[in-house]
Design a protein around this ligand. Structure first.
Ligand code: OGA
Ligand code: MN
Length: 208
């Protein structure tokens, strides 16, 4: 796969080539979509790894003892990505450098990054939600990266991002190499039902 396959019609909002642009877009707009965050070769390797993972489990919603599978809310299957392979280690290293840059530019005091692989099979969705409750100061910045080498609009599975008033900001096709970043407390979002297996990495920059 070469980088020319990672061309996208720009959508509204901030698209950027460099981490600085990403950090500044987050500071200015609170969200950003880019296809420049990760090396296309790394995306391919991570895609091959997630295809081989047979341990992805129905995701849970709620915290601690209230955790339960809630298939009316979300149907994705997830498994933690902890740096076990060279590709995962490179991915984590990359996100670490972004974390430090965001701390310098945005003064967020982000202390760690956690991420999981996710698969939405045909019919799977994730209803509108926020990734962190306001004031909880736990998950601060969300970063979702898509892994499928190709995606057709008719396959559904778009990420729809809303502002705090519920107005749609953008709709992102989950094509490999595209990353979406947003402030976790500020932007409700949903994943529309997919029509084919949709692979991604969802991660969160956190404070403890
Ligand atoms: C999530 C999520 C969005 C996506 O995992 O919390 O909202 O596009 N994922 O996969
Ligand atoms: Mn989410």
């Amino acid at each position: 796969m070469d980088s020319s396959e990672f061309e996208f019609a720009p959508v509204e909002g901030a698209w950027g080539a460099l981490d600085l642009v990403v950090a500044d877009a987050l500071a200015a707009e609170g969200w950003c979509v880019t296809d420049q965050l990760l090396d296309p070769l790394l995306i391919t390797e991570l895609y091959e790894e997630v295809l081989g993972r047979d341990d992805l489990m129905a995701a849970k919603v709620g915290r601690h003892h209230q955790q339960r599978a809630q298939d009316d809310v979300r149907r994705d299957k997830t498994g933690w990505l902890q740096g076990e392979s060279p590709a995962q280690a490179r991915y984590i290293e990359r996100m670490e450098s972004l974390r430090m840059l965001m701390n310098r530019r945005l003064f967020l005091g982000l202390q760690e990054y956690e991420a999981h692989f996710a698969r939405f099979d045909s019919g799977d969705f994730y209803r509108t939600h926020v990734d962190a409750l306001k004031g909880q100061r736990n998950r601060m910045v969300t970063c979702v990266t898509y892994l499928n080498p190709h995606w057709r609009p008719e396959w559904g599975g778009q990420l729809v991002l809303y502002d705090g008033q519920g107005a749609e900001l953008t709709r992102v096709q989950p094509k490999g190499g595209v990353s979406v970043l947003f402030l976790s407390e500020e932007f409700p979002h949903q994943v529309l039902p997919a029509r084919t297996s949709r692979y991604s990495i969802a991660g969160w920059f956190r404070v403890r």
